[in-house]
Design a protein. Structure first.
Length: 469
């Protein structure tokens, strides 16, 4: 009997999804757990697996943007033909049971809940299966660290690094096309197409030579590649005369920012923070920690930690406005904005007020890396109570960040530049950066917002307290 394949709902706030790539092709015989497509949403790109077996027949085109519950394909048996139900009808009236929450969908991510595995099926993520296949690893010899013992790609990579991975049974030779195919995920391949990079000329920096998004970006920018260099595209990025549709991440950013400015009374304060002692401390840490494997926290990590503690003193900026009033939040979850090729994402450092500076640094580094490699999960992106965003690396001093809907404040971080402090008639060179605090005036007045900035600046001027606290 024909089985419907419906566009899944990845999270409660998802309003639409875009079919980025059909991994399975029309006529392919698939089984439960095979990856059918790459689905793009306003927050993540996810691999969608088959929930049954049969001959795959998609009924919408690649690039289509549809609401959750829309009929997108069929799984057919034998010579069975697709029922006479159009994709338009399915979109117009999606069945209520189709609106599945993320907990019922198996995504490639460490934080994804595990649904029940059919009897005899190996509990492993699609990425783990791919890496294991490429490296000849027997997945059944591994112990998964994911929910319910699910084997994750990290488990495979750790086993390879430790030399404990058992070899898989010999398989039939792959087709010539697959043998010459560069080891890269569908998301990386899409990124390469967008930048005009030939993956066959890119040397991957991941385990087993796997190509990552950073390798593609470096090739597109003309950076030096190991052994071989990818030809740089004649022009990288959007070109004049093209039309960029407001869908997926770009559409979500447009809607959220417009709604934010329409619904809030936003105001921005600028404040100069002296960071000479912070720069000196980081220089000392680089010398002391050299060769230890410890990562020296970035300037932004210091700001995140300072902001987390300042929010405890100024809770109106760690709040949300609802119909019945201003709700002061108990948790301090700080979002850290990360620029990615398709736009901007804001992964979250949870309980930032209870984390040490080194821990925060490891968290922000891991989240930023995952963002640029397309590995963020929905839990990584939800729940921020305040946001820190930096344009310092782009040479920007002051800007007006837009408050994320649901928050009452966002802190912008500019570049470090030379300043002057006068002691009598004697000038002294200093290092300063500008903090830009945008806040919702419905909840926070100008004076309390300035006090928050003063608190953050005071903490940055005494960085040893942030490191030890």
């Amino acid at each position: 009997m024909a089985q419907e394949v419906l566009l899944p709902k990845l999270g409660l706030t998802m309003e639409e999804g875009t079919i980025i790539e059909w991994v399975a092709k029309a006529g392919d015989v698939v089984k439960s757990g095979d990856v059918l497509l790459i689905l793009g949403t306003d927050k993540v790109d996810a691999e969608v697996e088959a929930e049954g077996e049969g001959r795959f027949e998609p009924i919408v085109d690649k690039g289509a943007t549809l609401p959750p519950g829309a009929l997108i394909a069929w799984l057919l048996q034998g010579d069975e033909q697709p029922p006479e139900r159009s994709a338009e009808a399915a979109v117009a009236a999606p069945a209520a049971p189709a609106l599945r929450d993320v907990g019922e969908l198996q995504l490639t991510s460490p934080a994804t809940p595990l649904s029940e595995e059919p009897a005899g099926r190996l509990a492993a993520s699609p990425n783990a299966k791919r890496i294991a296949k490429e490296r000849g690893v027997d997945l059944r010899a591994l112990r998964g660290t994911g929910p319910g013992g699910r084997i994750l790609s990290e488990d495979v990579e750790e086993a390879l690094a430790a030399g404990t991975a058992a070899p898989a049974a010999p398989a039939a030779p792959a087709p010539v096309e697959e043998q010459t195919r560069a080891p890269a995920s569908p998301l990386v391949r899409r990124h390469a197409v967008a930048l005009g990079v030939d993956l066959s000329q890119v040397r991957g920096s991941g385990l087993g030579g796997r190509i990552r998004r950073a390798d593609v970006a470096a090739a597109a920018a003309g950076a030096e590649q190991p052994a071989v260099a990818a030809p740089v595209a004649a022009a990288v990025g959007p070109q004049p005369g093209t039309v960029i549709p407001l869908t997926g991440m770009r559409g979500a950013i447009a809607r959220n920012m417009h709604a934010s400015l329409q619904e809030m009374a936003q105001l921005t304060h600028g404040y100069e923070a002296e960071v000479g002692a912070l720069l000196a401390l980081r220089a000392d840490l680089k010398r002391e920690w050299a060769g230890t494997g410890l990562r020296v926290p970035s300037i932004n990590d210091f700001v995140v930690r300072a902001a987390a503690h300042a929010l405890l003193e100024h809770p109106m900026l760690n709040a949300t406005i609802r119909d019945d009033g201003i709700h002061l939040l108990e948790e301090v979850h700080i979002g850290v904005a990360v620029a990615v090729p398709d736009g901007l994402v804001v992964p979250v450092v949870r309980d930032a007020d209870r984390r040490g500076l080194v821990d925060i640094g490891e968290q922000t580094f891991a989240l930023a890396t995952a963002a640029r490699e397309g590995r963020l999960t929905l839990p990584d992106l939800e729940g921020a109570t305040f946001v820190v965003t930096s344009l310092g690396s782009y040479g920007v001093d002051f800007f007006t960040p837009v408050v994320n809907p649901g928050n009452t404040g966002i802190l912008g971080v500019g570049r470090v530049r030379d300043g002057v402090r006068w002691e009598g008639d004697v000038p002294h060179r200093t290092s300063v950066l500008t903090l830009s605090l945008s806040f919702d005036h419905r909840a926070v007045d100008g004076a309390p917002a300035a006090e928050f900035l003063r608190t953050v600046s005071g903490l940055l001027a005494r960085p040893h307290l942030l490191l030890a606290g």
